[in-house]
Design a protein around this ligand. Structure first.
Ligand SMILES: *Cc1c(COP(=O)(O)O)cnc(C)c1O
Length: 374
């Protein structure tokens, strides 16, 4: 089946007892055991497995083309599971721009004996140099948060393979509809299902999908079921429901973001637009090669000072000034002040999660917010 169909059908079946077409929510934490000791539904206790979690894990694994999925209570719990699968002395090479809380997580794990290094992943020779020291994990995020930097998945997967390192790609911004890292040789795909997969800003969740079963997936499974940072059945149900409409929503997110990015580029109040679909974006060729479309995120630098940028975000009326992304509402934020004092993000950058509103309403709001700068 094709991705559009998998998003709707994978991991689901018509409920055999009631004929329900959407999967029922199974709140039971425990499941009755048969005389022979087995469990008829394959589920014994909800930390180990729950029918709703299993549905979501199967659907995500099918969509990413992986052997198995593991769901967690947040995107960060999924990210932490990767670090918890490592041991003291292991080394992780990270990008020089990525979700800022993963940077904080990596710093936290240095206290547990994990070595970390950041490198510009658009520079393949720099990555190659970084991989000369024995490395356990090469961590990727493309497009990156918040400046939508693009890195070459196949080239980086090949470098990591030569160096004997696992590759993990945070695919939250692209979603499985636009990019499938496993197809390009990546070992583990990470999603914050909180964002586009849930899609309505009403559920927190995370997932890992592994290319194949093996020592790494065994460790991730142990972290999931012994650590227990698992999502509730209702959260899994919401994320799975979101997945059903992901392809339709992504089409509109992509279309609206393209309109917004092109419009912003022509505005005198805007110094720079970060969006991989623009011809002058340094990663545009790679993006077109490895992504089916360019996604719903656009960042831009307001001409002027940090104060000018913050005022533009404040003046937005329809577009809500709030963090997070991937929901139906358009959201804007001054990213540096969200990331805090250690942020490397340019002070005049605003990050825009382009929602599903009519694009002209989004442009009119941006127009009035930018026009106030002068
Ligand atoms: C939001 C986000 C995360 C973390 O997800 P949570 O559900 O907030 O823990 C990780 N990576 C990226 C790229 C994100 O945007």
């Amino acid at each position: 089946m094709r991705p559009e169909t998998l998003a709707i059908h994978a991991g689901r079946q018509i409920d055999p007892t009631t004929g329900a077409v959407t999967v029922p929510i199974h709140l039971s934490t425990t499941f009755a055991r048969q005389e022979d000791g087995g469990y008829p539904g394959g589920t014994s206790y909800s930390r180990y497995a729950n029918p709703n979690r299993t549905s979501l894990e199967e659907a995500l694994a099918a969509l990413e083309g992986g052997a198995r999925g593991f769901c967690f209570s947040s995107g960060m719990a999924a990210a932490q599971a990767v670090f918890q699968a490592l041991k003291p002395g292991d080394r992780v090479v990270l990008p020089n721009e990525y979700y800022f809380v993963v940077r904080s997580l990596a710093a936290m794990f240095t206290e547990w004996g994990i070595e970390v290094e950041e490198v510009d992943q658009s520079d393949l020779s720099a990555v190659k140099n970084a991989l000369e020291k024995p490395t356990t994990v090469l961590w990727l995020e493309t497009p990156s948060n918040p400046q939508l930097k693009i890195s070459d998945l196949s080239a980086l997967a090949a470098l990591a393979k030569d160096a004997g390192a696992w590759t993990v790609c945070d695919n939250t911004w692209a979603t499985p509809m636009l990019q499938n890292p496993i197809e390009h040789g990546i070992d583990v795909v990470l999603h914050a299902t909180t964002k586009y997969i849930g899609g309505h800003s009403d559920v927190l969740g995370g997932a890992l999908v592994v290319r194949e079963e093996g020592s790494l997936s065994e460790k991730l499974s142990a972290v999931q079921i012994y650590g227990g940072a698992v999502p509730s059945p209702f959260e899994c149900w919401l994320a799975l429901r979101g997945l059903s409409s992901l392809q339709a929503r992504m089409r509109v997110h992509c279309e609206n973001a393209r309109i917004v990015a092109n419009w912003l580029q022509g505005r005198p109040e805007v110094e720079r637009v970060c969006y991989p679909g623009l011809a002058d974006h340094p990663g545009t060729d790679i993006a077109h090669r490895q992504m089916r479309d360019m996604g719903g995120m656009v960042s831009f630098w307001v001409r002027g000072t940090e104060e000018d940028a913050r005022k533009v975000a404040n003046r937005c009326k329809l577009i809500i000034e709030a963090t997070s992304l991937g929901g139906t509402h358009s959201l804007i934020e001054h990213r540096k002040s969200v990331e805090g004092p250690t942020s490397n993000t340019p002070a005049q950058l605003l990050r825009l999660s382009v929602g599903l509103e009519h694009p002209l309403d989004i442009l009119e709001d941006l127009h009035q917010a930018l026009a106030g700068t002068n």
